[in-house]
Design a binder for this molecule. Structure first.
Ligand code: SIN
Ligand code: FE
Length: 301
């Protein structure tokens, strides 16, 4: 899949629409030099985290709507450092929102702001359970936050001072669903609305539904598809792969529910997630929801 290097940070309305269409089709939009201003002293604080022995080392999430951090041990972390980190994440999150509000103007007012994250760990060789591993190709789905058809758009900053962040991506959702489960995907009758997602999942061998929170058939499928891809050795080995190395100081954005991705090496990244409403899509035919509904022959929300 392609990567589009951006020459401008202020596209015309027509260009912005074109960029949204390219994103929706599975392109990565890439800024060699990030358009997000991150103050020098914030950067040195973030880069200092791995050298100290505080519990701020983990992958840390910032929830903009409640201005709170999670993923760090507040019992042992130094309170001043926690407050500082929260302030840095708040300001990063706001800067990305402000930038994309202008840059992706067709989506203005059409997204729900999701979490931001700070990723201070070396990604190569992380000791994570298979379903949590990010070095295996996968499309994103959130176990605790079903999107109801909204799209998962992620904006990244490689804040490492010198090293690249190395990704590999595969062909986007529509192609993948056809390629790795062609014959087995059968349309599900209209009458089976509530079971449609599970039926579709079973049909392509994704196993039983995942228990826990209530999901639409769409969200149920997307969660199981995430697991299916990580667990599918044939897909991991045989899919067409496109490697991308994002240099220090760069930014990129991508619909991670559409583009299978894996991070192989790299350390220190910031990221902000947006859940973009289905109504805002400028090329809705590429959305996993529309692709799956066409296969199922029924609505999946
Ligand atoms: C992921 O979303 O799977 C990880 C991406 C990254 O941390 O670079
Ligand atoms: Fe991911």
């Amino acid at each position: 899949m392609g990567l589009i290097t951006l020459e401008t940070t202020s596209p015309s309305p027509d260009q912005a629409r074109q960029l949204c269409a390219q994103l929706e089709a599975g392109e990565i939009l890439y800024f060699p030099q990030t358009p997000i201003r991150i103050p020098e002293n914030d950067l040195s604080f973030l880069l200092g985290q791995q050298q100290t022995d505080s519990s701020l080392h983990k992958n840390i999430a910032y929830k903009p709507n409640i201005d709170a951090l999670s993923g760090l041990d507040t019992k042992t972390a130094d309170q001043a450092a926690v407050d500082r980190l929260r302030g840095i994440m708040r300001s990063y999150s706001r800067s990305v929102v402000e930038f994309l509000t202008g840059f992706l103007s067709p989506y203005r007012g059409q997204w729900q702001l999701d979490y931001a994250s700070f990723r201070p760990q070396e990604e190569q060789g992380r000791d994570l359970s298979l379903r949590k591993r990010n070095d295996l190709l996968h499309t994103d789905a959130f176990p605790t936050r079903p999107t109801q058809g909204a799209r998962i758009l992620r904006f990244f900053n490689n804040i490492h001072p010198t090293r690249t962040r190395d990704w590999v991506v595969a062909d986007p959702f529509a192609k993948l669903v056809g390629q790795f489960a062609p014959a087995e995907i059968a349309p599900v009758p209209d009458t089976a609305m509530s079971r449609a997602g599970k039926g579709l999942g079973r049909a392509i061998g994704l196993g039983a539904a995942i228990p826990s929170i209530k999901r639409s058939p769409y969200d149920d499928f997307m969660m199981r598809f995430h697991n299916f891809l990580k667990e599918n050795a044939r897909f991991q080995a045989e899919s067409t792969k496109y490697p991308w190395q994002f240099p220090a100081g760069s930014s990129w954005m991508v619909y991670t529910d559409t583009v299978p991705h894996a991070v192989l090496t790299g350390q220190y990244a910031l990221e902000q997630t947006f859940l973009v409403k289905p109504e805002a899509m400028v090329a809705p035919e590429h959305s996993p929801l529309k692709v799956l509904e066409a296969i199922a022959g029924t609505g999946l929300l």
